[in-house]
Design a binder for this molecule. Structure first.
Ligand code: IPE
Ligand code: IPE
Ligand code: MG
Length: 266
């Protein structure tokens, strides 16, 4: 099976990229910091919210492409804990947009056997958003295809704080006096418990920072930062990122002999 058998290319460039993709060396988990909606709109003298709309549209392309290529997990950074610092109107537009998105796209997500998951502090989300997300997660909970993880009201440090407190609660509850935590204990108490760590972290719009995203999980992720603004991150650009990932030599601190991209960390 080749990538070109899974996706019908829209043009010659896409076809050429698909020809080069090795399905056996795809990341098991792709995480994306979808940045640059505001700048995209600004460039066109449009309000920032027009950029967010365009961003949602292009997200569909990334989801569809990853699902067709059978990437096991895709995490999209949709709203950070810090994004509450934005003007109220923008925040409420983003919340509304998410609900609109679910309403429109959920049937096709479900049909495509995608399982929707959320990471972040759900309790602080507006009630309606929380309910829609919960319904969507329930509807798709038995799906066995790609896991689509939406990072919503997510912060990496907050996730670690929540994990540590969950561990402490367990220790107290069970009256454990000689409890020893290891890396697995921490991983298992993160919002992402059960998911593989991201192999590839993509950030659009050129900013060289991780903005509090998946701090623990990206320890050995390959970073791909592109100047493309998120609404311009087409299928072609995603395929370029995947291809670039396949050309990396992952070493995990060793000498790299015999390790291929896409293989797991030790
Ligand atoms: C990313 O685009 C979307 C969210 C953070 C919700 P931005 O809104 O951050 O766009 P820029 O960075 O201002 O261009
Ligand atoms: C990161 O983008 C958060 C999301 C994509 C949801 P930001 O635009 O919020 O990040 P900073 O402020 O540039 O670090
Ligand atoms: Mg930004």
């Amino acid at each position: 099976m080749k990538a070109i058998d899974l996706i019908k290319p829209a043009g010659r460039r896409e076809a050429a990229l698909l020809e080069q993709i090795d399905l056996k060396r795809l990341p098991r988990h792709v995480a994306i910091i979808m940045d640059g909606n505001g700048r995209w709109a600004q460039k066109r003298h449009l309000p920032r919210i027009a950029g967010h709309r365009a961003g949602v549209k292009i997200a569909r392309e990334a989801i569809e492409t990853c699902a067709l290529l059978r990437v096991p997990a895709l995490t999209l950074y949709a709203f950070s804990l810090e994004n509450w610092r934005r003007p109220h109107a923008e925040v409420s537009f983003l919340m509304r947009l998410l609900r609109e998105y679910l309403k429109k796209e959920l049937p096709s997500i479900h049909e495509n056997n995608i399982r929707l998951l959320a990471i972040g502090r759900a309790a602080q989300l507006p009630e309606a958003v929380r309910k829609d997300m919960e319904d969507a997660m329930r509807l798709t909970s038995q799906n066995t295809g790609m896991k689509l993880v939406v990072a919503l009201n997510y912060g990496g440090r907050a996730e670690l704080v929540d994990a540590f407190n969950a561990i402490l609660d367990r220790v107290r509850l069970n009256g454990l006096t000689a409890f020893h935590a290891d890396e697995e204990t921490i991983s298992n108490h993160l919002y992402t418990a059960g998911l593989p760590d991201p192999d590839l972290l993509i950030r659009t719009s050129g900013e060289m920072r991780v903005s509090n995203f998946l701090l623990w999980q990206i320890a050995y992720a390959e970073l791909y930062i592109t100047d493309a603004l998120w609404p311009d991150f087409s299928r072609e650009r995603l395929l370029e990122a995947l291809l670039n990932f396949q050309q990396r030599e992952r070493r995990y601190g060793g000498l790299g002999h015999g390790r291929e991209p896409g293989n797991g960390a030790p």
